[in-house]
Ligand binder design. Structure first.
Ligand code: PEP
Ligand code: MN
Length: 637
């Protein structure tokens, strides 16, 4: 049953309710939701709900109609997000797990791990204990396989999962792995479920070969009742009369399960189809159907694989599939879960500031060393590029205008915070500056501390106001009593903690800042919304414009203009863009400095080979009071 607590219930009242239920033989789980806090009470005992309803702090008692209780959506409305080390599964994320069917040798798992990590997988799979249909087939390397799997996971910084087939292996396996996999053949091995559940570790629970959805959820209930709430369900095809594929992928199980449970559900198109060419299309079908991820088998020599070669993707096929998933993700309102980024050596602590060579062309950015903008520079130019950190955005413009830096990299807009108007205005004013490039970066926020500082030591959290805002959910849940202190810069807040050796506070910033100042990332990717991207412009003086441009023809143009004060003036300009087939990507209006209540407009349009911008500019000039192309460049997305 579900015990809905009153708003503002005291800790004492809550403990009393829990104690009463436990004394009656119930297992009690507390679920803190967005709207209310509830207690789930499950067990074999039967009591009159009214005896609980009368307790102080109880608002109401509702029975759970489904046979699975803790796994039921009735008990917990919000999606459960499963954490496997620093990888999150569920909600609006898509997590991809990949690797060979079986660990065959140290060399094999190392090679394949590198390939799948490079392509974008976040969890490494590989069987060490293989439940094979024939006793004469390869049974797995056992503990040796676990060792190799762990080694590969550590080498490429990936959590690892592998199948457990016997309760007697559970304790041993906890030393090597990050997530248990319960295979289809063992879904109803209740002794195994209980033993694994007791570890409290994350579990990937495959659907049994002939299991109904309800039986599958009951297996999850076993795990939950035994002590873990970190369960990921995995649809892997069921046995039907159809023989064309190894199993029949039950895609509709995904939305059905999502209705019934709060646990995340992923799909395994490899075991579902058993045929290499069908794996990628079915992986996409699963994602399109709402799956929180996929598990795929990948092998670099599938013809020699000791198990499941015919269904294993070649690494190149897996790479292509990852790109397709990336493209599909926004269509279903999700973002692909990514591994922490590789940080260039030039951004790590101890990298000499003196890498800046005499007379080198510098690239200016706003912020302290280790800022997201610096990472963008190292990706756009090269890893050892000499950089010029500037205090303000205006200083970046000045450095470029005066020739102290050849280029500048500036944020223009963020998918959550919107346009950074200050930079649009500065572009409007500095007419010798032009935009020559664009870059995009996913903003990943981390909780960063001095080495040795633990969660419970944190009394204050420093960051740029945007950083604090974008991590609100994490802070409320994990550090409800910490004071939030706005700072001028995210990486600046890391620098401040480092320089003052502050041991009772944390900063929110990117991992490059932690690396640069030799600080620790206590919690990674703590932003509420993973679809947090910032778009940057690369600016330079007009005379350098052609030096930067790549061989590719620009496919974007940015322009600014003001229009006469008469009806339809803006419409006339937009009409010209439309008549010339220029697809507008962005439109902003900004107040003109010194001219109260007059506005300039900022427009970005697509450009293609058919567009002759030079012939359109005179027409635009005729219809505007002032007009300027801010730059043409290749779009980053
Ligand atoms: C596996 O993942 O290698 C496996 C044996 O899967 P299943 O249990 O789904 O058959
Ligand atoms: Mn397999």
């Amino acid at each position: 049953m579900i015990i809905i607590l009153k708003q503002g219930v005291s800790a004492l009242e809550k403990n009393n309710i829990k104690k009463t239920l436990e004394e009656k033989g119930f297992i009690v789980k507390e679920i803190v939701g967005k709207e209310d806090t509830v207690l789930g009470a499950v067990g074999t005992a039967s009591i009159d709900p009214r005896s609980i309803e009368v307790l102080d702090g109880v608002s109401s008692v509702v029975p759970i109609s489904k046979p699975y209780k803790l796994a039921s959506r009735e008990l917990k409305k919000e999606d459960t997000i499963v954490s496997v080390r620093n990888v999150k599964i569920g909600g609006s994320r898509i997590a991809v797990m990949a690797g060979p069917c079986a660990v065959e040798s140290e060399d094999q798992i190392m090679r394949i791990a590198e390939k799948v990590r490079e392509a974008g997988a976040v969890i490494l799979r590989g069987g060490a204990f293989k439940p094979r249909t024939s006793p004469y087939s390869f049974q797995g390397l056992g503990e040796e396989g676990l060792k190799y799997l762990r080694k590969a996971g550590d080498a490429f910084d990936m959590p690892v999962t592998t199948e457990v087939v016997s309760p007697k292996d559970v304790a041993l396996m906890t030393e090597y792995i990050d997530m248990f996999q319960i295979g289809a053949r063992n879904m109803q091995n209740f002794e195994l479920l209980k033993e694994v559940g007791k570890t409290g570790m994350p579990v990937l629970l495959k659907r049994g070969l002939c299991a109904t959805i309800e039986e599958w959820l009951m297996a999850a209930e076993y795990l939950m009742a035994s002590g873990t709430d970190q369960i990921v369900l995995c649809e892997r095809g069921i046995r039907t009369f159809e023989k064309a594929t190894r199993n029949t992928l039950d895609c509709s199980a995904i939305p059905v399960v999502q209705k019934l449970t709060h646990l995340p559900v992923i799909g395994d198109p490899s075991h579902a189809t058993g045929i290499r060419d069908m794996v990628s299309p079915m992986a996409l079908a699963l994602i399109a159907g709402g799956a929180s991820g996929i598990m795929v088998e990948v092998h670099d020599h599938p013809e020699k694989a000791l198990s499941d070669g015919p269904q294993s993707l070649y690494p190149e096929q897996f790479e292509r599939l990852m790109r397709d998933i990336e493209a599909l993700a926004p269509v279903v309102g999700k973002a692909v879960e990514k591994m922490p980024r590789r940080i260039p050596a030039s951004m790590k602590e101890g990298a000499k500031e003196s890498t800046i060579k005499e007379g080198e062309d510098l690239v200016a950015f706003q912020g302290e060393r280790g800022a997201f903008s610096e990472l963008v520079i190292r990706r756009t130019f090269n890893e050892d590029q000499g950089v010029l950190p500037c205090k303000e955005f205006k200083d970046v413009f000045d450095a470029v205008a005066k020739g102290n830096a050849k280029y500048g990299v500036l944020p223009i807009e963020n998918t959550i915070g919107g346009t950074i108007y200050e930079n649009l205005d500065l572009l409007n004013v500095e007419d010798n500056i032009t935009v020559v490039g664009e870059a995009q970066l996913r903003v990943i926020h981390n909780l960063i501390v001095n080495p040795g500082v633990k969660m419970e030591d944190i009394k204050r959290v420093y960051s740029h106001p945007q950083g604090l805002k974008q991590c609100k959910e994490f802070l409320e849940k994990n550090l409800p009593n910490a004071s939030l202190i706005p700072f001028y810069d995210t990486s600046g807040s890391v620098k401040y903690l480092k320089e003052n050796n502050i041991m009772d506070a944390a900063a929110i910033a990117g991992s490059p800042a932690a690396a640069h100042y030799g600080m620790c990332v206590l919690k990674q990717s703590i932003e509420t919304n993973p679809k947090n991207y910032t778009r940057f412009y690369v600016i330079t003086r007009k005379e350098n414009a052609d030096v930067f441009k790549s061989a590719a023809k620009p496919n974007r143009a940015s322009m600014t203009f003001s229009v006469p004060d008469k009806p339809g003036a803006l419409f006339a300009v937009l009409d010209i863009l439309q008549k010339h087939g220029l697809n507008m990507k962005k439109l902003e209006s900004r107040p003109i400095l010194g001219k109260p209540w007059e506005y300039s407009f900022f427009v970005e349009t697509e450009l293609s080979d058919e567009h002759d911008l030079d012939s359109i500019i005179p027409v635009l000039k005729e219809n505007t009071v002032s007009f300027r192309i801010l730059g043409t460049y290749t779009a980053a997305h």
